[in-house]
Write a protein that binds this ligand. Structure first.
Ligand code: SF4
Ligand code: SF4
Length: 465
């Protein structure tokens, strides 16, 4: 036990494993002001992103049924999976890089779990049920008629904002225009998405209104690997024990009492319910609330602020250049370099030609009775640009001179920006041109509206002798 408490026991779970609903005290201060601004900007970005388009293409669209992703107007399909991997790996390493220097700044400032709870759900609670003291009374004391009304209003607002966020979330997967159309039609016409919106509304409600800090404390994988990501020179929210101890009321506090007056304000404001004076803990999401709370107390006591502060774990100046950050930085540069190289050299047209699966070839007669071998292919073309384009498909002149013919139901093919079309392609070859091996290699040319030419090789098969 430390100061009468078990520092290893989770503050938000009781002896039987049930959730203790924490009600942290409100706090004002330098960090709170700046965090609130960042949270509003992030919320705005989350709500606005699905509505932004570049040249008619959404800025961000994750079309999972079609296995398509549009990122800053660029289309990525299933064949671009390596690029998506590079993007995600860069992001994960970027997070590790930031953590090695600035600690859990992601958790306290930008994680959706913190942003939604602090900027929206906690504010609704304060708006409807009052200060933390009033809410704590509501949690334990008997409820009056007015209290029930306040709770009801709180839950109505919770459901409303959860529904708005769920719709906004779904817009990332279906696009804002389609979402608007679906919202204007009866649910029966879009059952799948209607059920998904209901599911996400329920999930957000459960997570942000009830589960809250439990996610950070017992579920978040990022929180669990902090001991690997942080080192002694990383920034963290720390208590200056040298200055604060022996704290007021401690049996050790005599004439040489430290600056901590044991007001418990730092514990009262903590959203995960921990006491930072026990040292760095896995539950600390670096929200900085305890810094503002303690600074407020120190200011009232006319003592220097910073008894709890953002500083490195070893107390030395912040070091950005160290082995860990150099290693992360080099890997990030490598991944981002490969990603940009691939994006720059990516062809504006993706072409996949597959042999039709029925008969490998067909022998037919032309109008003069000469035998011909017919090969059937499927050509999938994806216009990876932001402009619509026509694509003409033809054989090389040397092939047509030998009597080879290419036939398609429609040629040229019109492809809208970021769209895929599949067409049937037939190639007819006089049988006497077929070598004894029964195989012919040939090339086809595909030119777009700007006369950019793409070449692809095909293997024709026929009877071998
Ligand atoms: S807020 Fe500051 S003074 Fe009060 S208990 Fe926490 S560390 Fe001590
Ligand atoms: S200890 Fe301080 S920084 Fe950490 S979660 Fe609690 S209030 Fe936030």
């Amino acid at each position: 036990l430390k100061n009468g408490k078990d520092p290893f026991k989770l503050t938000s779970i009781d002896e039987l494993g049930s959730h203790i609903h924490l009600i942290p005290a409100e706090v004002r201060g330098f960090f709170m002001t700046h965090r609130t601004r960042v949270q509003w900007v992030l919320l705005f970005i989350f709500l606005a992103l699905p509505w932004i388009s570049i040249q008619g293409q959404p800025l961000l669209l994750l079309n999972i049924p079609q296995r398509e992703f549009i990122f800053f107007g660029m289309l990525f399909k299933a064949h671009d999976a390596p690029l998506i991997f590079l993007l995600l790996a860069s992001f994960a390493l970027g997070l590790a890089f930031v953590t090695a220097i600035w600690g859990r700044v992601w958790c306290g400032w930008a994680c959706p779990q913190t942003v939604f709870i602090e900027a929206v759900y906690r504010r609704i609670e304060i708006l409807t049920e009052g200060s933390y003291l009033q809410r704590r009374r509501l949690q334990t004391g008997p409820l009056s008629f007015g209290d029930v009304g306040r709770k009801l209003l709180k839950w109505i607002l919770f459901v409303t904002v959860s529904s708005v966020f769920a719709h906004s979330f779904i817009a990332y997967f279906v696009g804002s225009k389609k979402l608007l159309v679906m919202m204007q039609n009866p649910p029966g016409e879009n059952w799948t998405y209607f059920v998904m919106v209901l599911f996400f509304t329920g999930l957000l409600l459960f997570n942000f209104a009830w589960f809250r800090e439990q996610f950070c404390v017992i579920m978040c994988p990022y929180g669990r690997i902090q001991s690997v990501l942080l080192d002694a020179s990383s920034l963290a929210v720390t208590y200056d024990a040298e200055r604060g101890e022996p704290r007021k009321g401690s049996p050790l506090a005599g004439k040489s009492q430290g600056d901590c007056v044991s007001c418990q304000r730092c514990v009262e404001v903590c959203p995960t319910g921990i006491d930072i004076r026990n040292g760095l803990q896995m539950e600390c999401i670096a929200c900085t609330a305890c810094i503002d709370a303690c600074d407020e107390i120190m200011t009232k006591l006319k003592k220097p602020t910073g008894l709890i502060s953002y500083k490195t774990l070893n107390g030395e100046p912040l070091r950005i250049v160290k082995f860990k950050t150099l290693a992360h930085g080099a890997l990030i540069l490598l991944l981002v370099g490969v990603l940009f190289y691939n994006l720059r050299t990516r062809e504006p047209l993706n072409i996949a030609i597959l042999r039709a699966i029925e008969t490998p070839y067909v022998v037919s007669k032309d109008e003069k009775g000469a035998s011909q071998i017919l090969n059937h292919f499927r050509i999938h073309m994806t216009n990876q640009t932001r402009l619509d384009s026509y694509y003409s498909i033809r054989l090389l002149p040397t092939e047509t001179e030998q009597g080879f013919q290419l036939t398609m139901a429609q040629n040229p093919v019109l492809l809208k920006a970021n769209n895929t079309e599949t067409s049937h392609l037939f190639i007819r070859v006089p049988q006497e041109k077929f070598p004894s091996s029964g195989q012919i290699q040939l090339k086809i040319e595909i030119s777009d509206s700007e006369n950019k030419i793409f070449e692809r090789e095909l293997t024709l098969i026929g009877p071998s002798t």
